[in-house]
Write a protein that binds this ligand. Structure first.
Ligand code: KG4
Ligand code: ZN
Length: 343
């Protein structure tokens, strides 16, 4: 089966063609994966400006489609998958309307996709474009941590399409915190990669720390998060521009500490076999490294899945995979839902 997938939930215009085969386990092959980034356009606003993003999506979609089809050598498409939420309402609608027009023109079914679920399912394509699923019996139950610019959620995953939300952020998402802190520090947008780069410049581990930031909610028994206080703490403490690298290292570490502690706690509490990461923030090298290291030091065996870096941030390959697990819906009934929940 060949799936044409469309993802426009935020500021990237993404179209992919994915070949899916079999059921248990399914096997996915990426035929093309085109991401047209609007980063440069939104840079001056320090974040995504929705109506501008919609206009760019409208402009980009036909061009991105042509590139994706050409790269995949014009295969015969069987299904269209499109992100319907959560995300920015005007952006979601642009992708949905584009998908509906194509479905009508080509007489194809459409599957609506949840963006959070697609970030989780990005784990099931390996970096060599082959399926990473060997035996789903060894994976589930799993704890999924989705950390992106718009979301920070911990979920229990009992199997494909079986989710329960355990906790989420009460205010800013982890990626939003990176973006807002980067803006305070004058590092530009997107903030996550910029902060990671600055933090990395401070190689020595025993530098004299000029800044101590809080680890919000780290010791609370629930699975919720709160990151808005971190941004406020940076605002108060950022007086001396000399210490910008230290501030970056400390804010990155504060976010990592909270994410790792709460995720491992959830995995232990629910006796899961696996921890699955997804979303833009999971592209962070330190987070990936420290998670893997921590999991080696605890006396509890957990598999650790994290997508290849290009599939952590928004892309349509993951939308295609989620489309494969989803169900087609009547075209008329497909609508954007900016606050769509996974369950
Ligand atoms: O998943 P994503 O592409 O879009 C949303 O669904 O929100 O995530 C974007 C977010 C941004 O906040 C960006 O700063 C963050 O992911 N991000 C990172 C890194 N790369 C992207 N955060 C930390 N370290 C990174 N390397
Ligand atoms: Zn995303």
């Amino acid at each position: 089966m060949i799936i044409l997938a469309i993802e426009t939930s935020c500021d990237d215009t993404c179209i992919a063609l994915v070949k899916a085969k079999g059921q248990k386990p399914p096997c996915f092959k990426i035929l093309s994966n085109i991401v047209s980034s609007q980063t440069e356009i939104h840079k001056k606003y320090g974040g995504v400006y929705p109506t501008l993003a919609r206009r760019e999506h409208q402009k980009n979609l036909p061009l991105v489609l042509e590139k994706a089809l050409n790269k995949a050598k014009m295969p015969k498409i069987n299904l269209i998958a499109v992100t319907v939420g959560p995300g920015l309402d005007p952006c979601l609608w642009t992708g949905i309307n584009f998908a509906k027009d194509l479905a009508k023109k080509w007489g194809l079914p459409i599957v609506p996709v949840n963006h959070i679920e697609s970030h989780i399912l990005a784990n099931f394509v390996g970096s060599n474009s082959k399926s990473q699923i060997t035996n789903s019996k060894n994976i589930f139950p799993a704890i999924c941590l989705v950390v992106s610019g718009g979301h920070t959620q911990l979920m229990l995953m009992q199997g494909f399409s079986k989710y329960k939300i355990l906790g989420e952020t009460r205010d800013d998402a982890a990626g939003e915190c990176f973006d807002k802190v980067a803006r305070i520090l004058g590092l530009g947008y997107p903030g996550g990669p910029a902060i990671a780069r600055e933090a990395h410049k401070l190689q020595t581990t025993n530098y004299k720390l000029q800044t101590n930031l809080p680890r919000p909610m780290i010791n609370q028994k629930n699975y919720d998060f709160s990151f808005s206080g971190l941004k406020t703490a940076v605002l108060y403490k950022y007086k001396n521009k000399k210490y910008i690298k230290e501030m970056c290292k400390e804010v990155q570490q504060a976010i990592i500490d909270v994410l790792i502690k709460k995720t491992i706690k959830a995995a232990k509490d629910y006796k899961t076999k696996t921890i699955i990461l997804g979303g833009g923030v999971s592209a962070n090298d330190e987070l990936r490294k420290q998670f893997a290291y921590k999991l080696k030091t605890i006396n509890y065996k957990l598999n650790f899945l994290v997508p290849s870096k290009n599939l952590c941030t928004d892309n349509a390959v993951m939308t295609g995979i989620a489309g494969y697990f989803g169900k087609p819906k009547d075209c008329q009934k497909i609508k954007a839902d900016a606050n769509l929940r996974i369950c």
